[in-house]
Design a protein around this ligand. Structure first.
Ligand SMILES: CSC[C@@H](O)[C@@H](O)C(=O)COP(=O)(O)O
Ligand SMILES: [Zn+2]
Length: 208
């Protein structure tokens, strides 16, 4: 069983993250899903279909690492399996955030021929854990959108297992997934990624 105090703390972090991400315009309406690790067997995750700017602690439930509900009759996020892939592959990950910003949606659609988006020569790359210089590259895969979440889970597992340095991925026309050792780091990654995406869009705009 899981520690109820730890669950309550993770639920509060998720609720707060939702308010921040909604206010920034990165989690409109009922889009997005968020999770945080309670222990090596249990994950706190948003209930499916909730408005992420108006979450209450009851909108965060517990699942095991197979994505099955624990002590709850609620339905967890439709994309629970995508979160579980990250927790399963990376034992040090403590939080996963999925968002739906306009910019992430637009850039991944605009670069329709690319199955990766690469960020290079941005100082802000250093906001990602382990990035010590602007001189490296951050390569993020772009997976095709699908309603077949088990298939997307399998695809993301294959990619991330082979390239564990990957800090995030896009789903084309849909949004991004990113993660971190805790909620604070994960929120930093989202914010940095949104900055980099905005820069790329502006670079494309001025180059026209
Ligand atoms: C509002 S449509 C978005 C959903 O299809 C999905 O992509 C999403 O991000 C939220 O699904 P959820 O089941 O609430 O976690
Ligand atoms: Zn989504």
């Amino acid at each position: 069983m899981f520690d109820i105090t730890c669950y309550a703390q993770k639920a509060a972090e998720i609720v707060q993250a939702g308010q921040f991400l909604y206010q920034r315009g990165w989690s409109p309406a009922t889009s997005s899903n968020y999770s945080a690790r309670i222990d090596d067997q249990h994950i706190a995750i948003t209930v499916s279909g909730k408005h992420k700017g108006k979450l209450g602690n009851d909108d965060v439930m517990v699942v095991n690492l197979d994505g099955e509900a624990v002590q709850s009759d609620c339905r967890s996020s439709a994309e629970t399996l995508l979160h579980m892939v990250v927790y399963d592959l990376y034992p040090d990950v403590g939080a996963v955030l999925h968002t739906h910003s306009v910019n992430a949606t637009v850039l991944s659609r605009y670069l329709s021929e690319q199955d990766h988006i690469t960020f290079a020569d941005y100082e802000l790359q250093k906001a990602f854990a382990g990035q010590l210089t602007h001189e490296g590259e951050i390569v993020l895969p772009v997976f095709a959108n699908t309603q077949d979440i088990p298939a997307l889970a399998a695809l993301s597992r294959e990619y991330l297992a082979a390239r564990p340095e990957t800090p995030a991925y896009f789903i084309r026309g849909h949004g991004i997934y990113t993660w971190g050792k805790d909620m604070e780091e994960c929120l930093r990654h989202i914010e940095a990624l949104e900055f980099l995406i905005e820069c790329e869009i502006q670079m494309i705009r001025i180059s026209k």
